[in-house]
Ligand binder design. Structure first.
Ligand SMILES: [Zn+2]
Length: 48
């Protein structure tokens, strides 16, 4: 996190299925309680 806190995933994720690309995942910072929405993107294995 930009503030140095730890973000906790607050969105429900099915454990037995893949996350569809484009799914918005909500995280909440444990330090400042800010919410961050992260769009799940397909992993690029070529990315450093
Ligand atoms: Zn924070």
């Amino acid at each position: 996190m930009e503030c140095g806190g730890i973000a906790h995933l607050i969105s429900f994720l099915p454990e037995d299925s893949d996350i569809p690309i484009g799914t918005a995942l909500a995280y909440r910072c444990g330090d400042c309680a800010d919410r961050f929405d992260v769009v799940w993107e397909e992993e690029d294995e070529d990315r450093a």
